[in-house]
Design a protein around this ligand. Structure first.
Ligand code: FUB
Length: 448
């Protein structure tokens, strides 16, 4: 009977829901942020590989942004194990921060040859990356599930924890080591803690939320504790997300204030139909009583409740292709044609098979609208677009002195990694400059 009910609930969710938030890709451990002078809400996530149902194969991170909580841009893969020299596996939970004019990702991966979690740190000039690894934070042994909290006075604090433990410390100004004299073991203050700490500040108080096990029993529930200072002491308050139907074994997330309302991002297994390691980001409003206690959340289909569905557009900057799982073959990144997005564009398709390829990751096979932003100041240009080595079409890019989007209609993507390559296959003497700024793939949602 319970099984039947469960199937029904999942079916209903897929018909009309804002939860899970992203339905085109499997994501976990969401880390939500609002950055200075930016009206977007950003969510950084780890990535679950379709079909693996296995935490050990996790390899990279994604960034998402929105201004209306309905339409999301998936900026694609922003960091991968391959971009981190010292790590061999387990790209598990991460967080992001804005500190002294730069954007940081802080993440855990297992160190090559040692197999222990380290807390890595990477930097970018832009919130969507790509991020460059700087190494791992010294003084953080067993550094799983890091959270980097920058207090209002600019002081950086690191929280981390796994396997029923939680620690915290102030970081030095370069973010590359902890101040050992500030190190605290918070484990005893955080009843039931298992992993995944996250800190947000409200009315001058520090709320530390975390996944925990009530004595050693899975699945995880979300708990919280409150303190007057970032490093505690913390007063345990209780559970605010109990286990729920369709939950993955784990839970993990964070709180952000966007346009005046607190939102809790966390994860479930709703999209995968209950596969505990094939997870999806969820979001629900977080409310408090008059005393500042969190009012427990019951995970809802409605989520943020603004529209029937959220919709994601995958946007991949051509110049980030190499860092983000693609390739730049015999082409260059340039910036003299103005009004490009990101850090530039890709140009110099001078010889046969010169190409840029870009990685697009999706959870399930589906049809997407394929849009390219390009410029071709000297005249029409014909280029081939190859999707996963088999969908081969020659596209005509009409003359355009400035960057413009062109919609090439529908393409099929397979579940998992899709490589989209733009190249000049049938080479003819070039008519001049041809530049690719980005590609976009728009999710087609059927409304019933
Ligand atoms: O996503 C991999 C691991 O699962 C995270 O590091 C944990 O917090 C749990 O969510």
């Amino acid at each position: 009977m319970k099984k039947l009910l469960y199937v029904f609930i999942l079916f209903t969710i897929s018909m009309a829901a804002q939860n899970p938030v992203f339905t085109h890709v499997f994501t976990a451990d969401p880390s939500p942020h609002v950055w200075p002078d930016d009206d977007r809400l950003w969510v950084y996530t780890s990535h679950d590989e379709p079909g693996s149902n296995n935490h050990y194969g996790m390899t990279g991170y994604h960034a998402f942004s929105t201004t209306d909580l309905v339409n999301w841009t998936d900026h694609g893969r922003i960091l991968h194990l391959e971009n981190v020299d010292w790590a061999e596996s387990h790209a598990w939970a991460m967080d992001a921060a804005f500190y002294r004019g730069k954007y940081y990702l802080i993440y855990c991966m297992k160190e090559t040859g040692i197999g222990l979690f380290r807390t890595g740190i990477a930097r970018s000039d832009k919130p969507e990356g790509p991020f460059t690894d700087l190494g791992y934070v010294k003084g953080v042994e067993f550094g799983q599930d890091p959270a980097l909290f920058i207090d209002d006075d600019g002081t950086p604090y690191l929280y981390w924890g796994h396997d029923r433990k939680c620690f915290a410390a102030e970081l030095n100004e370069d973010l590359m080591s902890i101040k050992p004299e500030t190190y605290v073991d918070l484990t005893k203050q955080l009843t039931h803690v298992f992993e995944g700490p996250w800190v947000h500040k409200r009315n001058g108080k520090y709320y530390l939320t975390y996944p925990g096990l009530t004595p050693r029993r899975w699945p995880e529930k979300m708990f919280y504790a409150v303190a007057e200072k970032p490093l505690g002491p913390y007063e345990f308050k209780g559970c605010f997300i109990d286990d729920f139907e369709g939950q993955s074994g784990t839970n993990h997330g964070g709180v952000v204030n966007y346009k005046g309302k607190d939102i809790m991002f966390y994860h479930s297994a709703w999209l995968s139909g209950g596969l505990s390691e094939t997870r999806s980001t969820m979001a629900d409003y977080l409310n408090y009583d008059k005393e500042g206690n969190i009012i427990p959340i019951i995970p809802s289909k409605k989520g943020l409740g603004i529209a029937k569905h959220t919709k994601a557009t995958i946007k991949v900057e051509a110049e980030s292709g190499f860092a983000a799982g693609g390739n730049l073959y015999n082409v260059i990144v340039d910036d003299w044609i103005k009004d490009f997005s990101g850090n530039g564009y890709v140009t110099n398709f001078d010889n046969p098979y010169d190409h840029v390829s870009m990685l697009v990751q999706v959870a399930k096979a589906g049809t997407y609208r394929f849009i390219v932003r390009y410029a071709s100041p000297n005249g029409d240009s014909n280029h081939d677009v190859l999707i996963n080595s088999h969908q081969y079409r020659e596209f005509k890019f009409p003359k355009s002195e400035t960057f413009r989007e062109i919609d090439f209609g529908e393409v099929e993507l397979k579940s998992g990694d899709n490589l989209i390559r733009v190249l000049k296959r049938n080479w003819k003497p070039s008519k001049g400059v041809f530049a690719i700024d980005y590609i976009k793939l728009e999710q087609i949602i059927e409304t019933k």
